[in-house]
Design a protein around this ligand. Structure first.
Ligand code: GDP
Ligand code: IMO
Ligand code: MG
Length: 429
């Protein structure tokens, strides 16, 4: 068997959580491979709504094992809250949730560092979710991190205190009053106490040497789906650096984030919205500042699942989509939020950019000095409410034409069209 992958092709929030949940009955194991609580994956069914940050979106299926892989960074405080939120909704996550010993921990002081670094950037700020992602991955790469497996050894708290001391030295250079910086609405010391209490919740979860667990599962013929977080255009290497996150959000991240050999990667589902959104700073060629952008935000309820911030909205960007398909080796596409485009007379799609006096299909290295200006073509819109549609053939002709146009342009088939947030509002092609 091979590991299938589902990941975002845009700037995150494409609807990964919803579709992983839809595909889960076909899999034995769902595994997150990168990112951390900066992710917010929404799942809706039976009139209930859940937002997951660390736990894989297969958790609602009792027969599926969910693994938080080594490439993920974990904040015990957020994880504990997530477990409580699930329990409140009648989902007991403990039994079918596994955690990699090699996953790194986000410490309270990583969140302080995130805050002071971001403030110091001023107008160049990244628009981080401030969950401590950058500083925690920095410690991992600079070989200073604390891992889940370290919690099992006696010297853990001493190492924690040493890391904290080191972080506070840096924080002090930015802001002497670090104790006044609030985390999750709490002063630092109060938050740190809550974080320490949450460590025991993490301690109770089942730990595994996940690279062995997954490879043995593959040998035993188990079906595994790797669930991406963020999106390709936020990738640390290939996104619009520095306005990116701190992990590889692309298929390559599955190999390092789970211990899967490249030859064992199977299907790659690339998921994209029928338009584009972005939260945080950074280039966004097709961003709209007019009534159409407002309409997309309103109809699509484009407000962040993690931070509640309004998402920037714009038309579909084909050069960016092709770039993401190329980097990930996407074998099939999933188009989300088609329902949100209902009611537009004309739907625009960027097919190229004007950049530095030339027409190009390549994303520029940087848009600091000059912006890429999209070249659009217009497609005819439709006015049908799609939320009740159950079959592909029932979709309006103009939407079928829009789908065909995208498939022809990118050369990859669209296998699922999503027409609403609920699990049931999913049309297989
Ligand atoms: P993720 O981070 O990729 O899992 O996506 P988010 O959960 O952050 O954002 C997607 C948002 O769109 C959530 O509020 C979903 O409930 C919602 N959603 C997902 N699919 C659809 C769809 O087809 N139509 C509409 N209208 N909403 C959708
Ligand atoms: P999901 O998994 C959308 C964005 C932030 C910011 C940048 C860096 O829900 O799709 P970070 O917190 O990593 O330092 O933020 O990346 N970002 C996301 N945007 N969806 C996400 O995750 C995101 N995770 C991070 O807004 O611009
Ligand atoms: Mg999200």
């Amino acid at each position: 068997m091979k590991v299938d992958v589902l990941l975002g092709l845009q700037w995150g929030d494409e609807g990964k959580g919803k579709i992983v949940d839809v595909l889960t009955p076909d899999y034995d194991i769902i595994a997150r491979f990168q990112g951390g609580p900066n992710a917010g994956h929404t799942i809706e069914f039976d009139g209930k709504k859940f937002v997951l940050h660390t736990i894989p979106s297969g958790i609602f299926n009792k027969n599926t094992v969910n693994l938080i892989g080594n490439g993920v960074i974990i904040d015990p405080f957020v994880l504990k809250k997530e477990l409580a939120m699930l329990a409140e909704g009648g989902v007991q996550a403990g039994e079918n949730l596994l955690v990699s010993r090699k996953a790194h921990l986000i410490l309270p002081t990583h969140r302080l560092l995130d805050a002071v670094f971001e403030i110091s950037k001023g107008r160049q700020k990244i628009g981080s979710t401030l969950k401590g992602i950058g500083p925690a991955y920095t410690d991992k790469v600079s070989r200073n991190g604390l891992r889940v497996g370290d919690m099992e050894s006696a010297g853990f708290m001493e190492r924690y205190e040493n890391s904290k001391k080191r972080h506070l030295l840096t924080v002090g250079q930015y802001d002497q009053n670090h104790e006044k910086i609030k985390i999750e609405g709490m002063p630092f010391l109060e938050y740190e106490q809550a974080w320490k209490e949450a460590l025991s919740a993490l301690g109770q979860l089942k730990k595994v040497n996940s690279e062995y667990f997954l490879n043995q599962a593959l040998t035993a013929g188990k079906k595994i789906l790797a669930e991406g977080a963020q999106g390709t255009l936020l990738d640390i290497d290939f996104g619009s650096y520095p306005f990116v996150t701190s992990s590889n959000t692309t298929t390559a991240g599955v190999c390092t984030g789970l211990g899967i050999a490249p030859a064992n990667v199977g299907r790659v589902y690339g998921i994209f919205k029928a338009y584009c959104t972005r939260v945080g700073s950074g280039p966004f060629p097709t961003e709209l500042f007019d009534a159409d952008g407002e309409e997309l935000r309103k109809t699509g309820r484009e407000f962040g699942a993690t931070t509640g911030r309004p998402r920037r909205c714009g038309w579909l960007d084909l050069p960016a989509l092709k770039y993401a398909i190329m980097l990930n080796g996407v074998s099939e596409l999933i188009m989300m939020k088609a329902d949100v485009l209902s009611g537009f007379n004309e739907i625009k799609v960027a097919t190229r950019y004007q950049y530095k006096g030339q027409t190009t299909e390549e994303l520029p290295y940087s848009e600091q000095d000059e912006k890429a200006v999209p070249v659009y073509i217009g497609k005819k819109g439709w006015d049908m409410n799609l939320k009740e549609v159950n079959a592909y053939e029932e979709l309006p002709e103009e939407l079928l034409d829009y789908i065909q146009f995208i498939e022809d342009a990118v050369g990859v088939p669209i296998r699922i069209v999503s027409v609403g947030p609920d699990r049931s509002q999913t049309i297989r092609v």
